[in-house]
Design a binder for this molecule. Structure first.
Ligand code: UD1
Length: 358
């Protein structure tokens, strides 16, 4: 079987790597082809993940770059259609919920190439999130839906997707985390930034709803100012540009407790999470990784499409009101936080189950 695997943006790479590894282990059965759309293109947003995750150079690089949603999605669709027409794969596998997932899923469905969606069924019920639109559309047009939780399966059933298409396979990101956690321990990132184990907060922020709104971003910056703890904050390019545009970057640079960093790779990110006192984030992936690592996580959003990280894991939804952020953070600093456990099938074998189904 010829299988095309699509990667486009940073949160895709750690989901694609275990699938790639699994498919290449069986050369008699599978011919995997790796496509990178180029939605993310900076070395620190893309290449470094290929190195950290031991992924080969993609067979096809579409180099689409940034743009409005319509522009980016259309560029990816045009580039990926050519690849599909040339390769005529038996399956197209798309992961997650970024614009590349949507564009490539739609291309394949229209060419009647079966689509497998890895991380199907997540719902935030918040249509102001571009990712929620991507998830809903891709799930509707997919032939095999690989769901990370029973709740995700239930969401799909309620939307009328036939039972035989839905498979509860577990969380593929955790395959990468379990494989590479020992290697992440060797990262020197704490020494480089002078951070001590359990004596800093690890922060990431990139959601449009948080960083594109000056009032929301100002509130978050004021909360950081009130925290009496070092904060390690690698800046996503979108976030750096908004902080700079709204005039907050200088204030942050002057704050003694905030260490602004360039974006970090996969191994450095794991090292920073594993050794943090707690994590503050608006990322979906970090909500899951902190639950897998047993590290407390405060999510700076009003909702999450990953409820098991709250019901079972170490995650708490905090929202973006500065007073609430400070109160929750101080409570963790004073030793009050949830201890979670691993959700079902977060066992490092999700890619194996997906490939077995294929
Ligand atoms: C995208 C995904 C989001 C995911 C996030 C992870 C969509 C709709 N959004 O959002 O779900 O959580 O990736 O990072 O697909 N830029 C660079 N270098 C890069 C990439 C981007 O400088 O390598 C800058 C560009 O100025 C660009 C901006 O970052 O305009 C935003 O990039 P974009 O890919 O549009 O969205 P993200 O915010 O990264």
């Amino acid at each position: 079987m010829k299988i095309i695997l699509v990667a486009g943006a940073r949160p895709n790479f750690m989901k694609v790597a275990p699938l790639w590894n699994q498919l290449t282990e069986m050369p008699d059965l599978f011919e995997p082809i790796l496509v990178h759309t180029g939605q993310h293109y900076d070395d620190l947003m893309s290449e470094i993940f290929f190195r950290d995750l031991n992924l080969p150079r993609p067979h096809y690089e579409l180099n689409v770059g940034s743009g409005s949603h319509a522009y980016q999605t259309a560029q990816i669709m045009m580039g990926f259609e050519e690849v599909l027409l040339l390769e005529r794969p038996d399956w197209a596998l798309v992961v997650g919920d970024v614009n590349s997932t949507l564009a490539c899923g739609m291309d394949a469905a229209k060419l009647q190439i079966p689509v497998g969606h890895v991380e199907a069924g997540l719902r935030s019920w918040d249509r102001s999130m571009p990712e929620e639109i991507n998830r809903r559309v891709v799930d509707t047009i997919s032939d095999l839906l690989f769901a990370p939780s029973m709740q995700a399966c239930e969401n799909l059933r309620r939307e009328g997707i036939e039972d035989h298409c839905i498979h509860f396979v577990g969380n593929v990101m955790i395959d990468s985390l379990m494989l590479l956690s020992p290697k992440a321990d060797e990262s020197r990132i704490l020494d480089i930034y002078g951070l001590s184990v359990r004596e800093y907060v690890f922060l990431t922020l990139h959601r449009v709803s948080n960083v594109d709104c000056p009032d929301t971003l100002a509130g978050i910056v004021s909360a950081l100012q009130a925290l009496r703890c070092p904060i390690a904050w690698p800046l996503h390019p979108r976030t750096r540009s908004r902080l700079s545009g709204f005039g907050f970057l200088h204030t942050l640079e002057m704050m003694g407790n905030v260490k602004l960093m360039d974006p970090v790779g996969y191994l450095d990110s794991l090292k920073l999470q594993k050794n943090a006192k707690f994590v503050m984030t608006d990322s979906g992936g970090l909500q899951e990784e902190t639950t897998a690592l047993g590290v407390p996580c405060l999510t700076l959003r009003e909702n999450t499409e990953r409820p098991e990280t709250i019901d079972i894991g170490t995650n708490t939804l905090v929202g973006v009101c500065p007073e609430r952020i400070v109160a929750e953070a101080e409570s963790v600093l004073n030793g009050h936080y949830k201890s979670g456990r691993l959700p079902e099938l977060w066992d490092g074998n999700t890619a194996e189950r997906i490939v077995a189904l294929l």
